[in-house]
Ligand binder design. Structure first.
Ligand SMILES: [Zn+2]
Length: 473
């Protein structure tokens, strides 16, 4: 994410108090127990769940401009990782469920706490078995305005809506195991009155119009974290093509932004150019397509939604993203999207490298050198808030703060000087390759960099990642 400061409305998510009660076992000798109501992330204890691993989300969603609401059916295909008597999905807000089935049979459910949809199938689900949960629901999904983390969820625009999920938000639109550690493939089938464009991550596979409604189908074949899933509906101008390296590229601009055709073309070409530049620097681009969407949503940030970042430039009519912003969000495709954090505390692995991606792009394109950008940032006085908190554990309310971005990027640069240019350039490719489509922690990164470089990096990690305050050079 990359954000500009703004005032935030005050709605805070509560804490779910879901009590684990063992349900009746299905077999005589076997014990079936409830899946955990959280994924164990200390910053967001309600996010995610235990007891299963999602393989695929199939989201069918019809948007009605008259109500700004949706009618949807989401089918979740998952594999049990224990004998399950019951399990939770994350699902929050006012959406009303009309039907819920497990493996095609009606199952009982309750909604408790902040975001738990607690599902009890008729029979326990055996460990390692694949099962489906099909939920039909409707209503106007919630827009979440968090005191410190900003807007996410279903964000209404003048002529449609955008789904933005970082760090939470997915659960406002579809039932989900909402934690970056449970990645899955996706299919979206999106319907809206003809004249509106429907967009999502992945690749457009089908488009048909009937009875005044247009339906598009999008496939995401690479594993994706729910925080990176995206839907955009509204009046958009779309440009499709390929980068010089041959990567499919789809960009779109919200007509409410009144972007000139030549600027929309420039946005498309610069997206291709930055993707190819990073493709050479960070190794093979991890996804089936690149692109980006300029929206007018009033959220005040850009977000690295997988394969197709969203740029809200709503306050600047006609604007397209700067190459620096493109370098940030597209850099995330390797750092944050393909390699995702194990816990939200590890988010500097996303933002530090995305900010450093801006620096490297600048240095290679006639802008300031990386060293000059480091020096400018490092010159921030030791008394400044920037030096408060720990980069590798900033705290729940600070995951989008300057310390994560700027100190994260400085940490990367100091690492570069410690391990040398040759090892650093190898690291930029080897790290995203080693953890492609997976999750990594700060500890994983430090160990990986030590092994690759043969250098002891304990002092570096202590000073730049694990301690508060301004490190000496
Ligand atoms: Zn970012």
């Amino acid at each position: 994410m990359s954000r500009t400061p703004r005032a935030l409305a005050a709605v805070t998510l509560g804490v779910a108090a879901s009590l684990a009660v063992t349900a009746a076992p299905a077999g005589a000798a076997e014990r079936f127990t409830p899946g955990a109501p959280g994924a164990g992330d200390p910053y967001f204890p309600d996010m995610g769940n235990g007891g299963y691993d999602v393989a695929h989300y199939d989201i069918g969603l019809k948007y009605d401009p008259a109500t700004k609401g949706i009618q949807a059916v989401t089918r979740v295909t998952a594999r049990a990782t224990q004998n399950l008597s019951r399990f939770d999905l994350d699902f929050l807000g006012p959406l009303k469920i009309s039907s819920l089935k497990v493996d095609g049979r009606a199952a009982s459910y309750t909604r408790t706490g902040a975001q738990e949809l607690v599902i009890t199938p008729r029979k326990g689900i055996r460990d390692r078995r694949t099962f489906t949960v099909t939920v039909a629901y409707s209503g106007v999904p919630q827009r979440i305005d968090d005191d410190t983390l900003g807007t996410s969820g279903w964000v209404a625009t003048n002529d449609g809506a955008v789904m933005l999920n970082q760090p939470f938000g997915a659960a406002a639109v579809y039932p989900v195991n909402d934690h970056p550690t449970d990645k899955a493939t996706y299919t979206y089938t999106l319907s809206a009155p003809s004249g509106l464009t429907t967009l999502a991550n992945g690749d457009l596979r089908a488009k048909r119009t009937a009875g005044g409604w247009t339906t598009t189908r999008w496939d995401v074949r690479n594993p994706m974290a729910s925080e990176l899933a995206m839907i955009a509906i509204g009046r958009y101008d779309v440009v499709s093509g390929r980068t010089k390296a041959g990567i499919p590229n789809l960009t779109a601009t919200d007509q409410a932004m009144a972007v000139k055709a030549e600027d929309a073309k420039k946005f498309h070409e610069q997206t291709a150019e930055v993707t190819d530049f990073q493709n050479a620097l960070y190794g093979r681009y991890p996804f089936t397509s690149t692109g980006g969407i300029v929206v007018k949503a009033g959220v005040g940030y850009a977000l690295e939604t997988q394969g197709r970042p969203v740029y809200d430039l709503g306050r600047r009519p006609g604007a397209i993203p700067s190459t620096s912003l493109l370098a940030h969000e597209l850099g995330h495709q390797w750092f944050g999207d393909s390699v995702s954090p194990k816990k939200w505390a590890d988010i500097w692995l996303n933002e530090g490298f995305a900010t450093y991606s801006e620096w490297m792009y600048s240095a290679a394109h006639g802008g300031k050198s990386v060293q000059a950008l480091f020096d400018e940032t490092y010159a921030t006085p030791a008394s400044d808030d920037l030096w408060t908190g720990k980069v590798a554990d900033p705290g729940r309310d600070h995951i989008f703060d300057g310390l994560v971005y700027d100190r994260g990027a400085m940490a990367v640069h100091v690492l570069r000087t410690k391990i040398g240019e040759k090892a650093f350039l190898r690291l930029l490719k080897a790290w995203p390759a080693a953890y492609r489509y997976g999750n990594a922690s700060t500890g994983d990164f430090v160990r990986f960099a030590e092994k690759l470089s043969g250098k002891d990096l304990d002092a570096w990690a202590k000073a730049w990642l694990y301690s508060e305050g301004k490190p000496a050079l």
